[in-house]
Ligand binder design. Structure first.
Ligand code: SF4
Length: 404
């Protein structure tokens, strides 16, 4: 186990992405010693390898990498973009990779850029330590490509793919009001491959190991390993690398989690009443986030607090998002105080918000809130009957800038 940036790194099974990190940051020499050199692969190699192992993007959308690659033209790809604007408050895996294993991420991005004939590699980062580490890594190597590191704001929707592209072009870090695939119209409206940090680290490992060795661990349908961030009411929070398909219960036990409800996938994810019966794989665990709530805090109060933060993160350009999320904050406020109209209005607004914004923020926020009402049904009844559940809000769900 290693500690850096107050994040512990652990592993269940054999380490791949976190190999060598027990000694701290890997400079280029130590990176090569642990991982070996990056082999040259062609565009077709990458498509075949990604397809053979069913590799999915390791951000929120979990889109199949082979499909994304195949959607690019054979010529004229402008850029490969590493999205390091991880803005889920709970997630720390991408920041950790950029900070401790920057060369693995760079190998994945530069290897793919060469295969696609893309002249630019652009890295969007919103964490200061991660940006410093990746810039330091660039000084330790020469890839013969134009590689730029851009600092982006830490706002939640600033990590959305089109918001990242806008920021890289010097515009505001908000999603434009239209849905366009980066593979068709990405950086400067040219075909672009954009994915999150862990995806590139996985591609670097896959290019080295090949499909057969990569598939020696994890699920048959989606082999390999995954990085998970575990937080909340646990004795050992941090980032853990596990084979895909590991039971959630085993990970919770490993982290010393309290019994109780579990949030899978962060603040656009969903609640489970407990950790039983779930295996961890994409896309069921978006962004690799697991948060144990425990039993000492008021679940509805915690969710209300997050709803305020989610509403504050709207980019302010789509009415259903701006007004819908604000209404839901008000609904949950009344519900927490025991007003039945809060519950009724929340049900109504949760049906109106999804699929009406220019990005997935309202949909994800509604999913999080709707699953809370479902899983915390007993607490809803207690609040409506007594004006509360008898527990105080402990602030188990982290909210940037929140104080409790
Ligand atoms: S849906 Fe919300 S966050 Fe997304 S672009 Fe519209 S206003 Fe911004």
């Amino acid at each position: 186990m290693t500690m850096l940036l107050e994040t512990a790194v652990r592993v269940i099974g054999d380490p791949r992405l976190v190999a060598g990190l027990d000694q701290g940051r890997l400079d280029h020499q130590r990176h090569l010693w642990i991982h070996g050199t990056q082999p040259d692969r062609t565009r077709d190699d990458y498509i075949q390898l990604a397809e053979a192992v069913g590799l999915r993007g390791r951000g929120g959308a979990a889109f199949p990498v082979a499909l994304k690659l195949a959607d690019l033209p054979t010529r004229g790809v402008e850029a490969v973009v590493v999205n390091g604007s991880e803005s889920e408050p709970v997630s720390r895996k991408d920041r950790l990779l950029l900070t401790l294993a920057p060369h693995l991420v760079l190998d994945g991005a530069t290897g793919l850029a060469r295969a696609l004939g893309a002249p630019h590699v652009l890295i969007a980062v919103h964490d200061g330590a991660a940006a410093m580490s990746i810039r330091e890594a660039l000084m330790e190597r020469n890839d013969g490509l134009a590689i730029e590191v851009t600092d982006t704001p830490g706002r939640f929707v600033a990590g959305e793919a089109r918001a990242v592209l806008s920021a890289l072009e010097g515009g505001p870090a908000v999603p434009p009001g239209r849905r366009v695939l980066p593979t068709r119209k990405g950086y400067h409206r040219r075909p672009t491959f954009l994915s999150n940090v862990e995806t590139f680290a996985q591609l670097a490992v896959l290019a080295r190991l090949g499909a057969k060795r990569f598939s020696s661990t994890g699920l048959i349908s989606e082999p390999g390993t995954q990085l998970l961030t575990i937080d909340g009411s646990v004795q050992r929070p941090g980032v853990v690398e596990t084979p895909t398909g590991v039971p959630l219960e085993a990970v919770l036990r490993f982290a010393g989690a309290e019994a109780g409800p579990v949030l899978l996938g962060g603040y656009h994810g969903r609640w489970l009443p407990h950790g039983g019966g779930v295996v961890l794989k994409r896309p069921e665990v978006p962004a690799g986030i697991i948060l144990a709530l425990g039993t000492d805090t008021c679940p509805l109060g915690e969710v209300h607090r997050v709803s305020q933060w989610l509403a504050s993160q709207s980019a302010g350009q789509c009415g259903p998002c701006v007004f819908g999320l604000a209404s839901l904050v008000d609904d949950f406020d009344r519900l927490v105080k025991g007003d039945p109209s809060g519950w009724h209005d929340a049900q109504r607004h949760l049906g109106l918000v999804p699929r009406r914004g220019a990005c997935a923020h309202p949909d994800g926020s509604a999913r999080f809130l709707a699953s809370a009402l479902e899983v915390f049904g007993d607490d809803v009844r207690l609040h409506l009957a007594n004006g509360g559940c008898g527990r105080h809000v402990q602030g188990v769900l982290p909210v940037p800038g929140g104080s409790w």
